[in-house]
Ligand binder design. Structure first.
Ligand SMILES: CC(=O)N[C@H]1[C@@H](OP(=O)(O)OP(=O)(O)OC[C@H]2O[C@@H](n3ccc(=O)[nH]c3=O)[C@H](O)[C@@H]2O)O[C@H](CO)[C@@H](O)[C@@H]1O
Ligand SMILES: C=C(OP(=O)(O)O)C(=O)O
Length: 422
């Protein structure tokens, strides 16, 4: 298993290109199942999760080719040969569940392994199931698989989500594009990835309004056609790399970045003493002056502070002036990075869903272990600001969501290398 070796090396300066969004691409790819005609995605990120989704779609009979160094995904679902999403693939990646809505809509049936819990939380699928049942699907759990069918086709309905789940909104929205009549999703998720999916579906002929607001209306159509779509910028990769000059000093421009993608994250950076300026090419980030100030953070659905940036923000707070409280309201077990940061000299106390961080002058390098995707990058950020060497093991988590981390960070002056281990 490979590891990443980081040595604290002072301020960072230069440019970092931001990739297309993993979480957008993982819902855009299953959208190909809605049409017999080809769907081409440009600006796809080169990540292991994208490879996993490629394998899943191929196992269903879709053709998926990765062109131009993986940045273009050319997909066709003309002849689907299976409607079963196998446990062996689904267990590797929860987002596999996003084939459920499209397969049900196109084929009238789908068998999808229930993903089960993961390190950050239990993550049930009840909202996906209730939403699809409201559209007329019959769903039962057998042998660990969701068996879904809609023999008479799906019918539009009003679906009120008790929580603005990203995945449930995506599954229901995709299914509703081919349902008969009108579907309204109330309390829908408003994340930029939802709007990106709606944009792509509209290019395929879907009739969708209201994405980006809590009420999305979908007028079902008989069929969708092919399209080409550029994947939106990855706001989580963007936010992660914005924190690099915030932690280390210096000035970094994030190519492709936009403030509108970041919601409350930018407001918190401003309050912490970080300057963010929109440029023609992206966002420029530097410290305003002096030490970063402690700020309190509560994770919430978009446009609130994203849970996927909580671990990275905690790394910043570890050396801020004062005490901050980070409250995790989306996932019940998303503080596993805290004990690893403590090994680097951070002062953090976790009580339930709250972590209290008292800033120290300097972190110290240490061997640490990545426990999930965002935890792994938070340890790298902390390592960049620490004295000495930090070795982050289990970096396969990192490969799920960050392409070319070593190249991108060494490009702005960081001392970072990947160590290949047998
Ligand atoms: C591939 C992808 O896009 N992943 C993102 C997506 O995950 P994902 O779509 O899984 O996240 P959700 O918005 O669905 O989950 C948010 C909360 O709702 C709960 N819930 C969800 C569905 C359900 O049927 N029942 C239920 O109780 C979950 O357990 C969790 O506590 O949004 C999360 C929240 O922004 C991000 O952290 C993930 O990076
Ligand atoms: C939690 C994440 O991903 P997933 O939903 O695929 O587990 C993430 O991207 O931080």
């Amino acid at each position: 298993m490979d590891s990443i070796l980081v040595t604290g090396n002072g301020p960072l300066n230069g440019l970092i290109p931001i990739a297309g969004a993993k979480n957008a691409c993982l819902t855009l790819m299953p959208a190909t199942l809605l049409s017999e005609e080809p769907l081409t995605l440009t600006n796809a990120p080169r990540l292991s999760d994208i490879k996993t989704m490629t394998l899943l779609l191929q196992s269903l009979g879709a053709e998926v080719s990765s062109l131009q160094d993986g940045q273009v995904l050319a997909m066709s679902s003309h002849d689907l040969t299976s409607h079963v999403a196998d446990y062996e693939i689904v267990r590797k990646m929860r987002a596999s569940n996003l084939v459920l809505g499209p397969m049900l809509a196109r084929l009238g049936q789908a068998v999808v392994s229930l993903p089960g819990g993961c390190a950050i939380g239990a993550r049930p699928m009840d909202l996906h199931i209730h939403g699809l049942e409201a559209l007329g699907a019959e769903i039962e759990l057998k042998d660990g698989y969701l068996h879904a069918k809609a023999p008479g086709g799906l019918k539009g309905a009003v679906v009120e989500l008790s929580f603005a789940s990203v995945g449930a909104t995506e599954n229901i929205m995709m299914a509703a594009t081919l349902a008969k009549g009108t579907t309204v999703i109330k309390n829908a998720a408003r994340e930029p990835e939802i709007t990106d999916l709606a944009d792509c579906l509209r290019k395929m002929g879907a009739q969708i309004e209201g994405d980006g607001s809590p009420d999305i209306t979908i007028q079902g159509v008989d069929r969708l056609h092919g399209a080409t779509h550029q994947v939106v910028t990855d706001r989580i990769e963007l936010g992660t790399y914005m924190l690099a000059p915030a932690i280390c000093g210096g000035e970094v421009e994030l190519l492709g970045g936009r403030i509108s993608l970041l919601g409350a994250f930018c407001e918190k950076l401003d309050a912490a003493g970080i300057q963010v300026t929109e440029t023609e090419k992206g966002l420029k980030v530097s410290r305003k002056n002096g030490r970063v100030q402690a700020v309190d953070v509560v994770t919430e659905p978009f446009p609130g502070f994203p849970t996927d940036l909580q671990a990275q923000m905690m790394a910043l707070m570890c050396t801020a002036e004062g005490t901050s409280v980070l409250e995790e309201k989306i996932f019940e077990n998303r503080f596993m990075h805290a004990p690893e940061l403590v090994r680097m000299g951070a002062q953090i106390e976790v009580h339930g869903g709250h972590a209290t961080v008292t800033g120290v002058e300097k972190l110290k390098g240490a061997p640490v272990m990545a426990t999930d995707l965002r935890a792994s990058v938070s340890l790298i950020l902390a390592g960049l600001a620490a004295e000495g060497e930090t070795k982050v093991s289990r970096v396969y988590h990192l490969d799920r969501g960050y392409e070319h981390v070593v190249r991108k960070l060494s490009g702005v002056g960081a001392k970072i290398e990947r160590i290949k281990e047998q």
